[in-house]
Design a protein around this ligand. Structure first.
Ligand code: NIG
Ligand code: FE
Length: 434
């Protein structure tokens, strides 16, 4: 068999699982092939073999991985990519105990976004995508939500859908993020506006998100939007129960959403409903870290308990109940300014007590399932898209362990090397290395 690109002499972590994602025992078990090769042709994986029985010959490039770890590219199933302005000032305020309200921060970003030109927003998004790719992300979901008018939301959606980058961008219309201040006291009018915008939004996106949260929209309001969205063929996502229990988890499962994200205050009934459904529970440990939700505060020389010390319990309940659980960044300027999926699995281990096997499945195949893409990507299996990361280390546990530096050596997108953070990785062109 001939391959356009052959990676040989690798430690291959397949993350193989059905398109419904890895749950239960499959989530807890890592499949690692030592001394293996991955062959790809026309952007797809054609064969994965252990070196002994490798019958694949490269007609293009061969990469000698020298024993390094090779994994699927990360799928990041939750971001607010397009935004203007900065909220760097918020961190010190939080650290010193002057917690700014989430809605205030989102309004700040909405103002910064509307002040930015199309070119500025796109340029910034492309640079962010460059950074994500260098850190191993090969598919990114990107939501609107920082436009406080119909026109601004549609502008953000159109610009997001128009992005061209090696990272695949999946645009999502999040008209119902928070109630814009000019609609205070007129909630129904705003819900109607979001519903009226759906048809035009559908021209640019197949995904629609609603925030079902005490700080955003009620279940009844979300249901109205979700029903209209389903009628237009949108796939649904739910920002669920981030700041309190709004029955968002149960709503997401019952509405057949692809994902329910955040879930900090998901009820027991919500956890059960998710476990019994195809809806993927998307965890966002970067938010937990950056919002200091598991960090004690200081007041008058005394420790103040952290607001969400219970997060590991929520996560374990979801996993134990058999839910399909994923991990993503929620990259945005307020609640998680980091776009690194490496950091997210490292935080998942430390804050949410994820095992190595859990973290890897959650950032790859299960995150792909959260976008309805797990039949196409998210694992290293013949037929799947050849989106691959070659690491500087040889052990899946080491990627979780060594936080704070970029551990990616090379990133392959659809069978082509598109980023090489480590220039010393030996790549031979035109060779015939079996
Ligand atoms: O973390 N309900 C919204 N929550 C957003 C906050 C984004 C921001 O702070 O700008 C989220 O997904
Ligand atoms: Fe979000």
């Amino acid at each position: 068999m001939l391959a356009d690109l052959l990676i040989r002499n690798a430690t291959v972590l397949t993350c193989a699982a059905p398109a419904s994602g890895a749950r239960g025992e499959a989530l807890a078990r890592l499949e690692v092939l030592h001394g293996a090769s991955v062959a790809m042709s026309d952007g797809r994986i054609t064969a994965i073999e252990t070196e002994d029985d490798a019958a694949v010959v490269s007609s293009g490039e061969t990469i000698d991985a020298e024993g390094r770890l090779v994994t699927p590219g990360f799928v990041d199933a939750h971001s607010h990519l397009l935004h203007g302005g900065s909220r760097a000032h918020e961190l010190e305020a939080r650290v010193t105990g002057a917690l700014p309200a989430l809605a205030t921060g989102i309004a700040h970003t909405a103002a910064g976004t509307s002040a930015a030109s199309d070119e500025q927003l796109v340029e910034r998004a492309l640079r962010d995508l460059d950074v994500m790719l260098l850190h191993g992300t090969t598919t990114l979901e990107a939501k609107t939500g920082y436009g406080f008018t119909r026109e601004e939301e549609l502008r953000l959606l159109r610009l997001t859908a128009g992005l061209r980058h090696a990272v695949d961008v999946v645009p999502t219309y999040l008209g119902a993020h928070v109630l814009p201040p000019q609609y205070a006291g007129r909630r129904d009018a705003f819900v109607e506006l979001v519903i009226d915008t759906l048809a035009e939004a559908r021209e640019h996106a197949e995904h629609c998100d609603v925030a079902c949260d005490p700080g955003s929209f009620t279940r009844a309001e979300c249901e109205r939007i979700a029903e209209a969205a389903a009628g237009l063929g949108f796939q649904l996502h739910v920002h669920a129960d981030q700041t309190g229990d709004a029955d968002g988890a149960r709503f997401a499962a019952q509405a057949g959403a692809l994902s329910a994200d955040h879930l900090d205050y998901a009820s027991d009934a919500g956890v059960r409903a998710l476990a019994d459904s195809a809806t993927v529970a998307v965890l966002l440990p970067g938010v937990t870290l950056h919002m200091l939700e598991m960090t004690p505060g200081l007041r008058d020389g005394s420790l103040v308990p952290p607001p969400k010390p219970f997060m590991p319990l929520v996560v374990r309940r979801l996993i134990d109940a058999g839910a399909c659980v994923a991990v993503s960044c929620d990259y945005n300027p307020g609640s998680c300014p980091s776009p690194s999926m490496q950091l997210m699995i490292q935080l998942g281990a430390r804050l949410f007590r994820l095992s190595t096997a859990e973290a890897w499945h959650m950032a790859t195949i299960n995150a792909a399932a959260a976008l309805g893409l797990a039949a196409d990507r998210g694992s290293l299996e013949p037929g799947k898209r050849a989106d691959i990361v070659i690491w500087r280390v040889d052990d899946p546990a080491a990627v979780l362990d060594r936080f704070g530096v970029n551990l990616a050596a090379a990133v392959v997108k659809e069978g082509r090397v598109v980023a090489r953070p480590e220039k010393t990785l030996p790549i031979m062109t035109g060779g015939a290395h079996a």
